[in-house]
Ligand binder design. Sequence first.
Ligand SMILES: C[S@@+](CC[C@H](N)C(=O)[O-])C[C@H]1O[C@@H](n2cnc3c(N)ncnc32)[C@H](O)[C@@H]1O
Length: 300
Amino acid sequence: MASQTDIDYSYTTMDKIWRISVGEMADFTGAKYDGDFSISLEEAQRRKHDFIAQNLNITAGSKVLDMGCGWGPFLNYLRGIKAKGIGLTLSKGQHAACQRQGFEVYIQDCRTVKPSDYGMFDAVASVGAFEHFCSVEDYQAGRQDEVYRKFFKTVSDLLPVGGRCFIQTMVFGKDMIDLKDFDIDAPKESNEYLMALTMNEFPGSWLPYGKEQIIKNAEPFFDVVTYHSGRLDYIETINVWRQRLKSFGWQKYLAYLTLAPALLYDSKMRNRLSNLQIAPIRVAFERQLWDHYRLVFEKK
Ligand SMILES: C[S@@+](CC[C@H](N)C(=O)[O-])C[C@H]1O[C@@H](n2cnc3c(N)ncnc32)[C@H](O)[C@@H]1O
């Protein structure tokens, strides 16, 4: 699994800049445009929340666990429909942001939650955290399936029979290259360089190989109800994020300045600037090195 330091690197360092750019409780994951790019980012995120609630049969009074809750966008949706949400995150910055909004959120590895921690749930949602559950070392040691199987066992223990779980995650796509070929010194337009940049943005994380690897490891505990790719929707989400990150604002530009010292002594941070220029994740989606899935499961 990505360590807490890795997660803080990915999510806490740029936390303030993101919140100023996209909103205090914004989603930090692909929105659900369903191919209709005339709607706003916020409408598309709302569509995603509606989809999750409908497919998990969440109504007023439902008790829902949000595994990897970010700044609390889905917890906020749950509050709006009078359901009870509990969120888990590994990012200190996100935890602090959620506490400011009055959400019930804990810093805890969601892969280890037990019924004795917060009781049983009517539904479990995890939007954009599954990406971080398997580390590169787990993958290299041949433990990736085991990591996912254990995760689904954890979720299954928290739900009654017939209870549902939603997973949204990036996955490796049909044209993914081998880890041994990743190379930060390769030509800038190459897949080898691109993939090295993604490791820079999400250190310690290794993606599942397609929806198939997820479904296979859920299978001992869950039936799959429905799934679809959100790859093109994610490309649009990243396009809108980039416009908002660049648009001028004094507060935001001052927040960028606070990163200047780190740029002097931290080569990883300098590489991250390349990430801002190139948007490797968007290009990975465009080249189908990566794909993106939303899946609904029902406990057997
Ligand atoms: C891309 S953000 C998504 C946040 C939110 N769900 C959203 O849609 O905006 C990924 C989140 O997963 C969390 N995360 C990753 N691995 C985790 C783990 N093992 N346990 C708890 N949270 C985890 C991170 O802390 C972060 O909050």
